[in-house]
Design a protein around this ligand. Structure first.
Ligand SMILES: Cc1ncc(COP(=O)(O)O)c(C=O)c1O
Length: 444
């Protein structure tokens, strides 16, 4: 069906768009453009089909161009384009919040809407600080992230984030932030299928920070249950439970950043459900609307929400919000997306596909340049030996060559990170790993 569409011409001037997280000079000298998308594929302006091995940017979990979502957005645009949610409201935002509360595990049943993963991270951090304040514990002001963590690009998320390039150019960032160590250790964990046996004790690094700063100064800890952007780091068995226990012991809020792991990526609604560890807040975005309309959401536990309702006098309980919190088009897209996930059983589908996905990934064991493989759910990391003196060059060349061969992969550092839409068939999985395997043989 896509072949019948007319393709827009290449734009003749690429200069004005300052592209995010992109080597602009390199890209603009050799651009790669996407013009259409349907189900598992993108299409270039020239009509070349590209299999999507990354669900866009970890976000199109139900695949592309899904009619149900498109129709819902159109209908909502027709009905009402925008309505404020400050002191007003509209039905779709309430309905989506209820649906998310039903979907989320435990008592994560209050929803604060944002427009992105970055805004979700900053919102959760602000709620954590305010939470302690409304309970009369205003000394709990420190925020703890983790090395190699990614929580978007706003000031809070950048501050608790742990990827050096994302931090080093931005001065002192926000004060009162510290980091626990990351969970990755190739010596003890390399070549592990699923969760490593070794490393639960790394959660105890939080106790080190409690000893250093005292728990009376610490508000919250934020981690990705599976670190995505830094190269798919799977949490060691027992690690997240241990983090939960330490947080409980010291009245520290635990925030899971599920911007990637939410909405079926691990074959469950959220990683919190998958790992059976319920944090105090979950940050989401991306798959919430299948990436059709930008939207994020922070899912808050009853404990967190009710503290505000009980702790503040009459009037606004939380001085925070975005013009577009709960935007009608995004809310309509979110409801239709959740319908699609449920009706097509996409989370269960991902769970069923995970074994095949793992086997296909592990066909690369011993492959050219491959020094580690990591996987969980429908996520995979393929770590390549960096080219001496040229970090990231080998992975970048692999990315370009795979694109030329019709498969979209993502690279971060020297790791290939994969996360296809959950509608992937086995034949798509085969194509992804066969293309990567044969490409790696051609990469110096
Ligand atoms: C774990 C995590 N948090 C936050 C973000 C930021 O999301 P956004 O780019 O929508 O701001 C991302 C994006 O990849 C992410 O992976």
């Amino acid at each position: 069906m896509m072949d019948e569409l007319n393709y827009p011409e290449l734009p003749n001037d690429l200069e004005s768009f300052w592209m995010p997280f992109t080597s602009n000079k390199e890209y603009k000298s050799s651009p790669r453009l996407l013009a259409r998308a349907r189900d598992m594929h993108y299409m270039t302006p020239g009509g070349r089909k590209i299999l999507d091995g990354t669900a866009g940017l970890w976000c199109c979990n139900a695949g592309h161009g899904r009619t149900r979502i498109i129709e819902a957005i159109k209908a909502q645009a027709d009905r009402m384009d925008f309505a404020p949610t400050f002191q007003l409201g509209h039905p779709a935002a309430f309905e989506l919040a209820n649906r998310l509360a039903d979907l989320a595990p435990g008592d994560l049943n209050h929803v604060f809407f944002t427009n992105s993963g970055s805004e979700s991270a900053d919102t959760a951090l602000k709620i954590a600080l305010a939470y302690h304040n409304v309970r009369g514990k205003g000394s709990k002001v420190r925020l703890i992230g983790r090395e190699r963590g990614y929580h978007g690009v706003n000031f809070g998320g950048t501050s608790v984030g742990g990827i050096v390039k994302n931090r080093q150019f931005y001065g002192g960032l926000i004060s009162g932030v510290d980091h626990i160590r990351h969970t990755h250790d190739r010596e003890h964990q390399a070549w592990t299928k699923g969760q490593p046996e070794w490393g639960a004790h790394l959660a105890d690094d939080l106790e080190r920070l409690v000893a250093l700063h005292d728990s009376s100064t610490i508000a919250a800890v934020i981690v990705e249950p599976v670190a995505g952007s830094t190269g798919v780091l799977v949490p060691p068995k027992g690690y997240l439970k241990r983090l939960r226990e330490i947080c409980d012991r010291h009245d520290i809020l635990l925030i899971f950043d599920e911007v990637i792991t939410g909405f079926g990526r691990l074959g469950a609604s959220f990683a919190s459900e998958y790992f059976d560890v319920i944090p105090d807040m979950v940050t989401t975005a991306k798959g919430l609307t299948n990436a059709t309309v930008p939207m994020g959401a922070v899912l808050c536990s009853r404990k967190v929400h009710d503290a505000f309702m009980a702790g503040s006098s009459a009037g606004i309980e939380l001085f925070h919000g975005y013009t577009y919190s709960g935007h009608p088009l995004a809310a309509a897209a979110g409801i239709a997306t959740l319908d699609l996930y449920r009706e097509e059983g996409l989370f269960e589908r991902a769970r069923d596909l995970a074994g095949y996905w793992q086997d296909a990934l592990w066909s690369l064991e011993g492959g050219h340049h491959v020094i580690d493989l990591r996987n969980i759910g429908i996520m995979a990391g393929i770590e390549l030996e960096p080219r001496p003196g040229q970090p990231t060059a080998r992975a970048t060349e692999t990315f370009h060559k795979c694109f030329d061969d019709g498969v979209l992969i993502r690279v971060t550092g020297d790791t290939i990170a994969l996360s296809p839409p959950l509608i992937a068939e086995r034949s798509h999985v085969d194509q992804i790993f066969e293309t990567i395997g044969s490409t790696l043989k051609t990469v110096a």
